[in-house]
Design a protein around this ligand. Structure first.
Ligand SMILES: [Cu+2]
Length: 158
């Protein structure tokens, strides 16, 4: 009797591990959302994505617990001597390497927040990966440099 329960449990664990393979291959470190004034038109989220697998993984979409108009994937690139952000279709994480989302580089843009969260609050982000799997990330809201990466409150976010 006990044996069959263990066997059933083993089978269940096996099924669960098969379903979570892709999520485990992408490791997310230090997710955070940068503090912004209460009237900010957009918020930036950052984290480090590490791909431990031998194949390409990319983040193709983001959903969030925060009420926003939309979410975009951005990359800040130096253009004509100015740091400008460009919307991207995906954030690639090559095999056995990392992509760092940080000010002045790749980032997630939460556009049109109904209410800007304050320092210390948490924001849940769901990363939708290229293979259709999803990974939930809890980002804490904290201060970061504002002017380094082409974002300012005067800048148009579209
Ligand atoms: Cu941006």
């Amino acid at each position: 009797m006990k044996l069959s329960i263990f066997r059933a449990l083993g089978t269940l664990l096996l099924i669960l591990s098969v379903f979570s393979v892709s999520a485990e291959e992408l490791t997310v470190t230090d997710p955070w959302v940068r503090t912004a004034p209460p009237n900010a038109p957009a918020l930036a989220a950052f984290m480090t994505l590490e791909n431990r697998s031998g194949s390409d993984i990319s983040v193709v979409d983001i959903r969030t617990s925060l009420s926003v108009d939309r979410v975009e994937l951005h990359r800040t690139i130096m253009t004509d001597g100015m740091m400008k952000m460009h919307p991207q279709k995906l954030i690639p994480v090559p095999p056995h390497s990392s992509t760092e989302l940080k000010p002045g580089s790749w980032h997630i843009m939460l556009i049109g927040p109904k209410k800007v969260p304050t320092e210390g609050e948490v924001v849940h982000l769901i990363l939708v990966l290229s293979d259709g799997s999803e990974q939930i990330v809890t980002a804490s809201v904290r201060q970061g440099k504002m002017m380094m990466d082409g974002h300012s409150n005067k800048q148009k976010v579209d």
